[in-house]
Write a protein that binds this ligand. Structure first.
Ligand SMILES: Nc1ncnc2c1ncn2[C@@H]1O[C@H](COP(=O)(O)OP(=O)(O)OP(=O)(O)O)[C@@H](O)[C@H]1O
Ligand SMILES: [Mg+2]
Length: 217
């Protein structure tokens, strides 16, 4: 990505944290600044990866955790190759709703897949976000938002409270371990409050320091 002015931002967090809501608002805010922006999501984001999304979320298979991990990474490799890399190479800001931290949180922390295996696959991917914002809400707030949203639950949403608590702890652990990439954001406020806080994080993160961006392109 040498020389690219594209930036890669991922939004992470459990069900109902507000990732989809906030990625839409962030995208809109960047467009209003006349920045080229592509909004995408995982699993999915390219034709092959969307096929795998269907298999993963509603395919009716209870996968062994390592197999599920590999399917997520297969979709991710395809998504990076066909959608994310070309956009970054074209100097576009890429906003992605979930990325590899979701695999670590759900399959690693939630389902007990080997975390070293996931870390290895993450390294092999060869692309990390410039900034990851982890939206953090209590299980109570998340459950209430999901109840109000009312869509039919997918495979992950149907898993129990203990699973979702492990996922949340996983995201918090990732954010703590990787402060050079991740910011943990309290997402329990209303939509506008969270958006304002998120935009503050984004502008601070990418504001040029001494003439160069904080994260080199
Ligand atoms: N800050 C907020 N306060 C209240 N309700 C919110 C807030 N953010 C999002 N919502 C609502 O909560 C529900 C879940 O939000 P959203 O779909 O953005 O979450 P998500 O993190 O993308 O969830 P999922 O992981 O299931 O895709 C939606 O109905 C949305 O309108
Ligand atoms: Mg969503």
């Amino acid at each position: 990505m040498a020389g690219s002015t594209g930036r890669f931002i991922t939004l992470e967090g459990g069900e109902g944290a507000g990732k989809t809501t906030q990625s839409a608002l962030l995208t809109q805010a960047l467009i209003e600044r006349d920045l080229p922006v592509l909004r995408t999501r995982e699993p999915g984001g390219s034709p092959g990866a969307e096929l795998l999304r269907g298999i993963l979320l509603d395919g009716g298979v209870d996968w062994a955790a390592p197999a599920e991990t590999l399917l997520h990474f297969a979709a991710r490799v395809e998504h990076v190759a066909k959608t994310i890399r070309p956009a970054l190479d074209a100097d576009t800001w890429v906003i992605c709703d979930r990325f590899f931290d979701s695999t670590m949180a759900y399959q690693g922390y939630g389902q007990g897949a080997d975390r070293g295996f996931i870390t290895g696959l993450t390294r092999l991917l060869g692309l990390a976000p410039d900034l990851t914002i982890v939206l953090d809400v209590s299980e109570t707030v998340a459950a209430e938002r999901m109840r109000r949203r009312g869509n039919p639950a997918d495979r992950y949403e149907r898993l129990d409270e203990a699973f979702h608590a492990r996922v949340r702890e996983g995201f918090r652990a990732i954010a703590t371990a990787e402060p050079a990439r991740c910011v943990l954001l309290d997402a329990s406020g209303d939509v506008a409050t969270v958006h304002t806080a998120l935009m503050t994080v984004v502008w601070r993160w990418f504001r040029p320091a001494q003439g160069s961006p904080r994260i080199a392109g």
